[in-house]
Design a protein around this ligand. Structure first.
Ligand code: HEM
Length: 415
């Protein structure tokens, strides 16, 4: 979606006074509402969200035109109010306009943090966390406990990221601080993903009717304290005689800072939601689950641990992850919903559609742009893919899964 100011606009549903088309998007499945509206008004559509005029693109061809050919006009993001309250837009890479500062940060991230050699070098940090996840699930299974895959995925994703970044567990259920931190990150994600009325009605900016801005101000303060403490501790450790540098991102950034060239960026926790979907879909598609298990058994061998370098030899697992990406709808994606003109049986879960296919998620195929495309494309793509494939491959390979509580596919699927 892109906010606009022009008067010559594409078609769209008739807006109500003041609220515009906001009611059309109320509910748990805005992606479905958008797909329905696009069926009526076309792949280029105007929506009035309160006072904001927004253009929605719902076709791969148009997404390509906007994100590839006219990228220079669309590459700056609309800044939400909750970002403004923390002044995030002044220093945080995703909110910076395309500028020398943004280019410099992106270059540092690409060459020093997310480069293949770097991610290879710190893969042990992630492997250790996945082993812990497997051990926890194993212990739980001995007592017959059900696994809350959403919680487990969230905790492991957070720890995988925090270990890759700074070699610490941010979500440690055995410590009061860990539990508090986990709750705190949850709250940030919850508040951050809640539609903020102040974004749609200028007059509400100062009123903050949902309390979103004030909550975020508190969270930003806590976050800065938290990262500040981690950085101070590391700076002290680095001065200690005999200190061995980690391969984590914090050391890399501090090394760059010593040379006076870098800044620290924040991160996203999206892989946890993707993993939860991936496992849920598998449980409702036993055939896919057994094919994925068979591939892992054949390539990795029973009882052996999955490691990052195995993933290239697991085409079915890769196809599975792409199929999950196709089904979940990201914020920021140009595609409103699984589209019947692009995908055969768009709502059925069929990793086979990607077997032998050249389509990937790296911004070249506009029917699958979960990570965006063009110059603002996701920087954490390689890390996110590695985390997701490693967790998913390990979980499928190590355990036999079944659903607790008698839920049916219709309870969770799109329609
Ligand atoms: C499944 C996991 C993830 C998904 C689906 C995802 C998706 C996205 C999307 C859609 C964008 C906007 C792209 C655009 O505007 O064209 C984005 C931007 C970004 N992502 Fe991710 N992301 C994920 C994980 C991560 C991780 C793990 C990190 C870092 C540790 C990260 C860092 C970033 C950054 C820094 C940007 C802003 C880039 C810029 O504005 O130049 N992402 N991501």
């Amino acid at each position: 979606m892109q906010e606009v100011t022009s008067t010559k606009l594409p078609p769209g549903p008739k807006p109500f006074p003041i609220i515009g088309n906001l009611l059309e998007l109320v509910g748990h499945k805005p992606q479905k509402s958008l797909a329905k509206l696009a069926n009526t008004h076309g792949p280029l559509m105007t929506l009035k969200l309160g006072q904001k005029t927004t253009i929605v693109i719902s076709s791969a061809d148009l997404a390509k035109e906007v994100l590839q050919q006219h990228d220079q006009f669309f590459c700056n993001r609309t800044i939400p109010e909750l970002v403004v309250v923390g002044n995030e837009h002044e220093f945080n890479l995703p909110w910076l306009p395309v500028s020398a500062q943004w280019r410099n940060l992106r270059r540092i991230c690409k060459s020093h943090l997310f480069a293949y050699q770097i991610l290879d070098a710190n893969q042990n940090l992630r492997r250790k966390k996945v082993q812990e996840l497997l051990a926890n699930i194993h212990n739980g299974s001995l007592n017959g406990d059900a696994v809350d895959i959403g919680k487990a995925a969230f905790k492991t994703s957070l720890n995988l990221l925090s270990n890759t970044i700074s070699s610490v567990d941010l979500a440690d259920p055995n410590s009061a601080t860990g539990r508090e931190l986990s709750k705190f990150v949850h709250s940030i994600l919850e508040v951050g993903s809640c539609p903020n009325l102040a974004d749609y009605f200028l007059v509400l900016k100062k009123v903050d009717p949902q309390g979103i801005q004030s909550q975020m101000t508190t969270y930003y303060g806590k976050m800065i304290d938290l990262f500040g403490n981690i950085i101070s501790q590391r700076l002290l450790q680095r001065k200690t005689f005999g200190f061995i540098r980690n391969n984590d991102m914090l050391d890399t950034l501090l090394n760059i800072n010593e040379e006076n060239t870098g800044e620290i960026d924040k991160t996203q926790i999206e892989p946890s939601a993707t993993l939860e979907w991936a496992i849920t879909e598998l449980l409702y598609n036993p055939e896919v689950l057994s094919k994925a298990k068979a591939e892992l058994k054949q390539i990795i061998g029973k009882g052996n641990a999955v490691v990052g370098s195995d993933i290239d030899r697991l085409p079915y697992l890769q196809a599975r992850v792409k199929e999950t990406f196709r089904l979940i709808t990201p914020s920021g994606s140009a595609i409103a919903s699984p589209d019947a003109s692009i995908w055969e049986n768009p709502n059925s879960f069929k990793p086979e559609r990607f077997m032998g296919s050249e389509i990937d998620v790296k911004g070249r195929n506009f029917e699958l742009i979960l990570f965006g495309a063009g110059r603002r494309m996701c920087l954490g793509l390689s890390l996110a893919l590695r985390m997701l494939r490693l967790m998913l491959g390990s979980l499928i390979h190590t355990f036999d899964w079944k659903v607790e509580g008698g839920f049916k596919p219709k309870d969770i699927y799109f329609d």
